[in-house]
Write a protein that binds this ligand. Structure first.
Ligand SMILES: Cc1cc2nc3c(=O)[nH]c(=O)nc-3n(C[C@H](O)[C@H](O)[C@H](O)COP(=O)(O)O)c2cc1C
Length: 317
C-alpha cells in the first residue's frame, strides 16, 4: 500500500514528498532522482542565477521537475525562461509572490508558496497559490521563527476555513518516516524536505560538509545572519539562516557589521565553503542533521521515509 494523499493525487506522485529547492545543493541530478522515484523534484533556482539554473535543468534530462526561487531576488526574465521549460511547479519563498503569480497562472503551472507566518499564508492565498508550504524554524537554510509543530496545524485550520482546496506541505525538521507521519497527522498533505536530501549522494554538497553533518547532532546548528554578511547579501526581515555552528559563526555572529567590512575574512569563508571545510565555513543544514547518519541515493531515502511513515500510520491506534 502506498501513501496516497490529496498532494500525490493532484501531482501524480507515488510519495507525498517534495524536494526543497535548495540553492546550490538541489541541482539537476538530485531533482531528477526525486522526480523519477515518485516525489516532486524541485530544482534550487535560488537567487535566480540563470546560467546555473538552466545548466542544472539540462542535467535533469527528461525528468518532470519543478523549480523554486528566492522571491526577493527573482526577475521576470528568469521566471519567464523557467516557465518556457514547462516546470511541474514553481515555488516562491521569502518575499511577496504577487508580482510573479499572474505569469505563473497564465502558464498553467501550479504555484507553491513557502510561508513562515499566518500573514504569509494569507498573502499566498490572495495570489491563488495551489500549494502552501508551512515552514518551521527547525528548517535548514533561511526561514522564520515559528516552530513546525504549531505552524502547520494553524495554517491547516486557516485553509480549512478559507480555501479547503489549497494543498498544504509541512517543512522544517522532517527527515524520516516519523516526521512525515507527524506532518500528515498535523493536517498537511505531505512534506517538503531539505536537509535530509542535502545529505543525499546526488546533492551538490562538498564531501567535508556531508561528513560534518553525519557526525553532528541536532544541537549543533545555529540560526543567524553570518553567512549572509559573508556574502554581502541584504536579506529582508524577518528571515535568518540556519547552518551548522562553526568557528566562523562563533567568531562573527555577534559582529556581522565588522564581517561585512573585512574582505579577508569573507574571502577565507568563501574558500572554506568551496573546499567543504566545515570548521571555517557554514554548511547550510537544519536541526534534522541529528537524525541523519548516512549519505544515500535520494531514491533510497524517499522510499525509506515513505514506507516508514506508512508503517507508523498503520500501527497508530
Ligand atoms: C542547503 C539548503 C538550502 C536552501 N535553500 C533554499 C532556497 O534556495 N529556497 C527556498 O525556498 N528554500 C531553501 N531552503 C529551505 C527549504 O526550502 C526548506 O524549507 C527546508 O529545507 C525544510 O526544512 P529541513 O531542512 O529541516 O528539511 C534551503 C534549505 C537548505 C537545507
Amino acid at each position: 500500500m502506498a501513501l496516497k494523499t490529496r498532494f500525490t493525487q493532484a501531482f501524480g506522485l507515488d510519495h507525498p514528498v517534495a524536494l526543497a529547492p535548495m540553492a546550490g545543493a538541489a541541482g539537476g541530478a538530485l531533482a531528477a532522482a526525486v522526480a523519477r522515484a515518485g516525489g516532486l523534484g524541485l530544482l534550487g533556482g535560488g537567487y535566480g542565477d540563470a546560467d546555473w539554473t538552466f545548466a542544472e535543468w539540462d542535467r535533469a534530462g527528461d525528468a518532470p521537475i519543478g523549480v523554486g526561487f528566492i522571491t526577493w531576488k527573482l526577475t521576470p526574465a528568469v521566471l519567464e525562461a523557467a516557465l518556457m521549460r514547462g516546470p511541474r511547479a514553481v515555488m516562491l519563498s521569502f518575499g511577496d509572490p504577487a508580482p510573479f503569480a499572474p505569469a505563473i497562472h497564465a502558464a498553467a503551472v501550479p504555484l507553491v508558496c513557502q510561508c513562515q507566518t499566518l500573514d504569509h499564508a494569507r498573502a499566498a492565498l490572495d495570489v491563488g497559490a495551489r500549494v502552501l508550504v508551512a515552514q518551521g524554524a527547525e528548517a535548514g537554510g533561511h526561514g522564520g521563527a515559528r516552530g513546525t509543530l504549531t505552524l502547520v496545524p494553524e495554517i491547516a485550520d486557516l485553509l480549512a476555513a478559507r480555501s479547503p482546496q489549497t494543498l498544504l506541505l509541512a517543512a522544517g525538521g522532517i527527515a524520516d518516516g516519523r516526521g512525515l507521519a507527524a506532518a500528515l497527522m498535523l493536517g498537511a498533505d505531505g512534506a517538503l524536505i531539505g536537509t535530509r536530501f542535502w545529505a543525499a549522494a546526488e546533492a551538490l554538497v562538498p564531501e567535508g560538509f556531508h561528513g560534518a553533518a553525519v557526525a553532528a547532532g541536532g544541537d549543533a546548528t545555529v540560526r543567524g545572519r553570518t553567512p549572509d554578511a559573508a556574502r554581502l547579501l541584504d536579506w529582508p526581515e524577518p528571515f535568518t539562516i540556519r547552518t551548522l555552528r562553526s568557528g566562523f559563526t562563533d567568531r562573527w555572529s555577534d559582529d556581522t557589521g565588522a564581517l561585512r567590512a573585512n574582505a579577508a575574512a569573507r574571502a577565507a569563508w568563501a574558500q572554506a565553503q568551496a573546499q567543504g571545510d566545515a570548521a571555517n565555513g557554514t554548511p547550510v543544514a537544519g536541526e534534522s542533521i541529528g537524525l541523519i547518519h548516512d549519505i544515500l541515493p535520494a531514491a533510497a531515502l524517499l522510499h525509506r521515509i515513505s514506507s516508514e511513515a506508512e508503517q507508523r500510520l498503520r500501527c497508530s491506534p
